[in-house]
Structure formats: structure tokens, C-alpha cells
Design a protein around this ligand. Structure first.
Ligand code: FAD
Length: 492
């Protein structure tokens, strides 16, 4: 059997797989992505966070495609949760890390969203092969060396690579090559039963695109608008109440909806979709877990292959794309000879574990039902160790995927970039010959005011010395200006 060689081979073409593959291929490395299904394929996990939309997706270069897909705009979340009997709403615009018009995410049909990311990977130079199932991880005595897979014609094939990425989600077992068995949480052990409805009610504008999450006696419901008329509805039920979703799924879902007055009200005039991809009522265990290690020499776990936490804050795709971005930085740094594998991947794992840990710890507190939302906001400030912002701001940063303070994820950075670009453009115009512009931009005062305005914004955002980033951990690395690699931190 001939063995093909790549710099990186990725198992799985969901958001984590296509993100890591694209960000590594964009640096000129040879990347193969193997995906079992042929896209578009169904997946759950439809509510996104601003960090994915304005951070990672911007780096991937799919901003315009996402906008053109007409996904509903999600400005925040509405919860019937905790001690307060009425629903309360938070808006992403409260976050100091997101700027005005970018204070939103999307609610996406995952078949469409994941396909956009996978096609983008192809267009950025990734060798994407669909209908290819990875069957085995190959290793020698020191490191993981490649993968074996079955191609669409049923042939066994082998590929070798410097790095193997497991981005194959929560169902495959490839992860067991790194750190052995999964460490399951004792706290979050739920089951979800979900389906799709046409004609459900919408929250009043401007929050009609919000996710609505409603706690009830047996667990909680998500209610996610996927278009003007289509809604994704799911009940997450505690393990002790698991028998409520056994047997006939239609009856079980109807009984759970009847237990929850707000969801009953929103679905009063709706009909369940019973045909096509959305016709099935599905059940998923959403047990939370993490691997004891996220990498070993030659292999890295990202997305659901590495860890998963209860979906109440829609953190799954954020953790998938964020971990993919961290992994891509490490791989790019190693392949370019800038850092050794251990240094680069220790940074990857520390940041990824911190992000997972923040959600996990906060969610444990969020399940305290006898307190009100102020207590949740306070808890967010505590777990993120955020001393700069108010409790509400810390909460919104956490649930927006922005608590790491990662510049590449915050929409605000774009202003800094744009300010710099703007200042350069002012200079260029001033030295140009465009007759309509010259009188204004030739004016020294106007130029100075405009450029200082740009610098002012940068200073406000980046600090007095415009130092781009501080390490997240003592002695850790910082991000390169383009977000594609790690750099050693050199204090001035
Ligand atoms: P996946 O999206 O699972 O992609 C993995 C890919 O690998 C798949 O395409 C699969 O076909 C492929 N694959 C598998 N095995 C192989 C193999 N052997 N060879 C080749 N390819 C393979 N997240 C949110 O952000 N928002 C939400 O609202 C949300 N709600 C959720 C609700 C529930 C009930 C659950 C359980 C999860 C929810 N999630 C949510 C989480 C979200 O579904 C996942 O975190 C996300 O899909 C992870 O992305 P991924 O790329 O790691 O894996």
C-alpha cells in the first residue's frame, strides 16, 4: 500500500476540523482532511457565540458568506431560569470586548454552516476528502505517525503526517490514543430529546433571534429560531428523569412540553416537522467530559473529541473553533521551526483547559435554581477572575466566548486594525493626486486630527504602549499580530 505524506491530517470536517485545517493551509502547509459523511449533513448545536462569528470566522475569511446565508441574528439570550418567575434577557452589546454593530452571533442550520466552513477549507488549499472514514491511528514507539482510512470505494488507505488531529466529534473513539479513557463529570449527566417546529412564536424585536432557555421541573428547554418560521426545540432532562424520554419519542416530547408553560405557549400554534432532515425526533446524551490530556507527540484533540460541557450556554461550537485556532497556532509555529512541539502544545492545552474550566465551573453555579440572575452575574465575575469589569459585563463576556480576553476573538480588535488601516489610508490619500480629496487631506490639521483619532482608539483599546497581548499564564506565549502563530513574550 502506498502511503501519502502531509504536514497535517485531520479526522473530521465539523467546525473544529475545517477550522484547524484552513488556518494551517493558509500558512502554506500541506493539509488533508478526511470526513466520514458527504456534506451537507445534519448536526445539532445551532446557537453560535460572537467569538466564533467575529473572531474565528473572520480569520477564516467567511464573514461575507455567513452574512449572505441569512441566518437569524442572535443579539443575546433570554432565560426563564432561577428564582425569578419572569424571563430575563442579556444582550451581547453589554460586553466591553464587543463593539456596537458586532454585538451579535447567528442561529445556524448546522448542515449549512458546516458546509460553508468545509467548502472554505477546500478553497484555501486543504485536500478535503468526503466519504472517508478513519479507522485507525498509526504510531511508532515515540509518536503518532498517521491514519488509516477507508475511501468511498471501500479501499483501505494510509497517510502519514507530522501532526494528526482528532476533530471527529463525540462519537468516534480515535481520542483514546491520547490520555486513554474520558473523564466524565458526575454533575452534568443529562439526556436531550429534540425536534423541529414550523410556526412557533417569536420573542419581541429586537430580540426575536435570541435563544430562549427555559428551566422546568425535569430540566430545561432550548428554543432556537432558525428562520422566520422554523424553530429548533429540545428538552434537556436530568439523568434521574431519564425514563421521561424513553419509549415513544413523540409522546415523550409532548408530555415534556406540557410540563413547561412558556414553551407550551410559544408552540401553541406550531406544527412539528415530520419529514426530511428535520423530521426525526432525536435523542443525545449530553454528558460532560474531558480527556486527561489533549495532546501527545504527533497527535492533538480538538472540539468534542477533547471535551464537552452542558450546552445551556451554546459553548460547543465556540470551544470547537477556539481550540482549533489554538491548535493551528501551535502547529504553524512548530512547522515553521519557531517553537518546539512541547512548548507550543503546552500553550494550546493550557488555554483550552482554561476556557473549558471557566464554562464548567460557571455552569455548576448556573444550575443553582434558587437564586436570581444577579447571583449568576456575580459568579461569572468570580470564575473568570475578571477584576476590570462589572459583574454583568463578566457574565456577558463569558457567555459570548470572550472571557479569555483573546484579541483575535474580540470584535473590538477590528477597530484597532481599522484605525491603523485608516491612518495609513489618510496618509496615502494625502500624498495622492485625487483632486476631490486633496484640499481636505492636504490640510495638516485635518490629517493630524484623523490620525490621532485612530491612534487614540488604538491606545484606548490596546493600552498606553499598544502592547498587543500579555501571556495568559506566567511564562506563557503570546499571539502573533496576524493570530496565526505563537510568539515568546518579550516584556519591554
Ligand atoms: P462535530 O460537529 O461532531 O464534527 C465531527 C465530524 O467528524 C462529523 O462531521 C463526523 O461525521 C466526522 N467523523 C466522525 N468520525 C469520523 C471518522 N472516523 N472518520 C472521519 N470523519 C469522522 N453547540 C453550540 O455551539 N450551540 C448549541 O446550541 C449547541 N447545542 C447542543 C445541544 C446538544 C443536545 C448537544 C449534545 C450539543 C450541542 N452543542 C451546541 C455542541 C455541538 O454540537 C458540538 O460541540 C460541535 O458540533 C462540536 O464540533 P466538532 O467539530 O468538534 O464535532
Amino acid at each position: 500500500m502506498s502511503v501519502e505524506e502531509f504536514d497535517v491530517v485531520v479526522a473530521g470536517g465539523g467546525p473544529s476540523g475545517s477550522t484547524v485545517a484552513t488556518l494551517v493551509a493558509m500558512q502554506g502547509h500541506r493539509v488533508l482532511l478526511l470526513e466520514k459523511e458527504v456534506f451537507p449533513r445534519y448536526q445539532i448545536g445551532e446557537s453560535l457565540l460572537p467569538s466564533t462569528v467575529h473572531g474565528v470566522c473572520k480569520m477564516l475569511g467567511v464573514t461575507e458568506e455567513l452574512a449572505a446565508a441569512n441566518f437569524p441574528v442572535k443579539r443575546g439570550g433570554t432565560f426563564r431560569w432561577g428564582a425569578r418567575p419572569d424571563p430575563w434577557t442579556f444582550s451581547f452589546s453589554v460586553s466591553p470586548r464587543i463593539t456596537g454593530p458586532k454585538a451579535f452571533a447567528y442561529q445556524v442550520e448546522r448542515a449549512k454552516f458546516d458546509h460553508i466552513l468545509l467548502k472554505n477549507a477546500k478553497s484555501k488549499g486543504v485536500d478535503v476528502r468526503e466519504g472517508c472514514t478513519v479507522t485507525e491511528v498509526l504510531e511508532d514507539s515515540e509518536r503518532i505517525t498517521g491514519l488509516r482510512y477507508t475511501d468511498p470505494d471501500g479501499n483501505q488507505r494510509e497517510v502519514s503526517a507530522t501532526f494528526v488531529i482528532d476533530a471527529s466529534g463525540n462519537k468516534s473513539r480515535l481520542y483514546s490514543k491520547v490520555g486513554g479513557a474520558r473523564d466524565y463529570s458526575e454533575f452534568f449527566r443529562s439526556l436531550a430529546l429534540f425536534g423541529y417546529f414550523e410556526g412557533g412564536k417569536r420573542l419581541p424585536a429586537p430580540y426575536s433571534g435570541n435563544i430562549l432557555s427555559v428551566a422546568f421541573d425535569s430540566g430545561w428547554f432550548w428554543y432556537i429560531p432558525l428562520s422566520d418560521t422554523l424553530t429548533s426545540v429540545g428538552a434537556v432532562v436530568r439523568r434521574e428523569d431519564a425514563e421521561k424520554i424513553q419509549g415513544d419519542r413523540e409522546k415523550a416530547l409532548n408530555a415534556l412540553i406540557a410540563e413547561c408553560p412558556l414553551i407550551s405557549e410559544y408552540l401553541a400554534d406550531a406544527t412539528r416537522v415530520t419529514s426530511g432532515n428535520y423530521g426525526e425526533l432525536r435523542v443525545r446524551k449530553d454528558y460532560s467530559y474531558q480527556q486527561s490530556s489533549y495532546w501527545r507527540p504527533g497527535m492533538i484533540l480538538i472540539g468534542d473529541a477533547a471535551c464537552f460541557v452542558d450546552p445551556v450556554f451554546s459553548s460547543g461550537v465556540h470551544l470547537a473553533t477556539y481550540s482549533a485556532m489554538l491548535a493551528a497556532r501551535s502547529i504553524n509555529s512548530v512547522l515553521d521551526g519557531d517553537l518546539d512541539e512541547k512548548t507550543a502544545l503546552t500553550e494550546f492545552e493550557a488555554r483550552y483547559r482554561r476556557e473549558y474550566g471557566v464554562y464548567y465551573e460557571f455552569l455548576v453555579a448556573f444550575y443553582e435554581m434558587n437564586v436570581n440572575e444577579e447571583s449568576y452575574f456575580w459568579q461569572a465575575k468570580k470564575v473568570t477572575k475578571d477584576i476590570e469589569h462589572t459583574e454583568l459585563e463578566s457574565f456577558v463576556d463569558l457567555v459570548g466566548g470572550l472571557s479569555s480576553g483573546e484579541a483575535a476573538l474580540a470584535a473590538k480588535t477590528r477597530i484597532a486594525q481599522h484605525s491603523a488601516e485608516f491612518a495609513a489610508a489618510v496618509d496615502q490619500m494625502a500624498s495622492g493626486d485625487d483632486a476631490s480629496m486633496v484640499p481636505l487631506f492636504k490640510s495638516h490639521v485635518v490629517r493630524q486630527v484623523m490620525q490621532e483619532g485612530g491612534q487614540e482608539q488604538m491606545r484606548a483599546i490596546l493600552g498606553e504602549d499598544a502592547e498587543p497581548e500579555l501571556p495568559l499564564f506566567p511564562g506563557g506565549l503570546v499571539t502573533s499580530p496576524d493570530g496565526m502563530k505563537w510568539l515568546p513574550h518579550r516584556p519591554v
